[in-house]
Design a protein around this ligand. Sequence first.
Ligand SMILES: *Cc1c(COP(=O)(O)O)cnc(C)c1O
Length: 371
Amino acid sequence: MREKPILVTKSTLPPIDEFMEMLQPIWDSAWLTNMGEYHKRLEYELLRYLDVEKIVLFTNGHLALEFVFQAMQLSGEVITTPFSFVSTTHAIVRNNLTPVFCDIRADDYTMNAAHIESLITEKTAAILPVHVYGNLCDVEEIERIAKKYNLKVIYDAAHTFGETYKGVGVGNFGDASMFSFHATKVFHTIEGGAITTSDEKLRLHLDYLKNFGIADQETTLYVGGNAKMNEFQAVMGLCNLRHLEENIQKRKELCAYYREKLDNIAGIVLNTYREDVTYNYAYMPVRILEKQCGFTRDMLFTALCKRNIIARKYFYPCINELDCYKHTFDACLTPTASEISRQIITLPIYPDLEKSVIDEIVDVIRELGKR
Ligand SMILES: *Cc1c(COP(=O)(O)O)cnc(C)c1O
């Protein structure tokens, strides 16, 4: 048995010399945060990398999402998905808005746009879909509905850093998109996040909000908070950006290796990849259909744990089944999300994952199937 566990992901780190070299200017200037030189440089590089018009950096992705709702000054209901990380719904609730859960599609786990119109009421203010595991939402249909009912669209794009759809950066869809640069994401700044938008007013509003609503020394325009990205975070981001393409390429190869090995096993449903999307391969989700393969997701999870391979039941439970929400919402209204959350497992994937670990995982799956 291996001593160190294999976790579902492992944070990428740049060569330590690259990071250290960039620290000297911080010591020289003694400028540690509050939109310093590295913050500006990272903003500039991310604008180009994500191919978006405007960007606002934050200390994490969750606060970025909270602030974008505050900036839009919405009230009422927000249609969202229960198949996501809790942050998505928390951002709505913490802004005194009411989440309305829309079920997901079984093929790519994103919000089922065909259900949205039936959930719209007089109180609906916005739609908050999630590009789950890097799978793009039905952005065209969501845009059509949003225009028809005059709703804002904010995408949780935490899983889609650097992806494009039909050659367009994913941060260009909707009124705004949130990216997370958490340590576990494909691109990270230790903790960090951003909002991308084409709306200059929104950009400026967010710039103020993340710094207490302060516009200049004598002017405070809004009741803001504090969610600024500091210079050390920005340095980590600038270093990581240099190695990103190479890391995504490695992830792509590992994903292909998994797919080749798992392709012909009954009851194992792999993620579908579309021709018109460039992916970042952040996750390796697999659905386990008990009837066809003879074992459950939980049995696989446990069998892997015995080998010290810690996969994740991500996302399980669904958000509307979590303790803090289950008494307020009825998960029976989103049956596909509930079912898939019981079948899904995300397997380890990160740039330096050894292929022998994938072989081992595939062996575990084959062994379970034989019983
Ligand atoms: C990571 C993540 C977030 C939160 O981002 P943080 O930077 O950790 O605050 C929100 N939504 C989804 C789908 C995520 O995966």
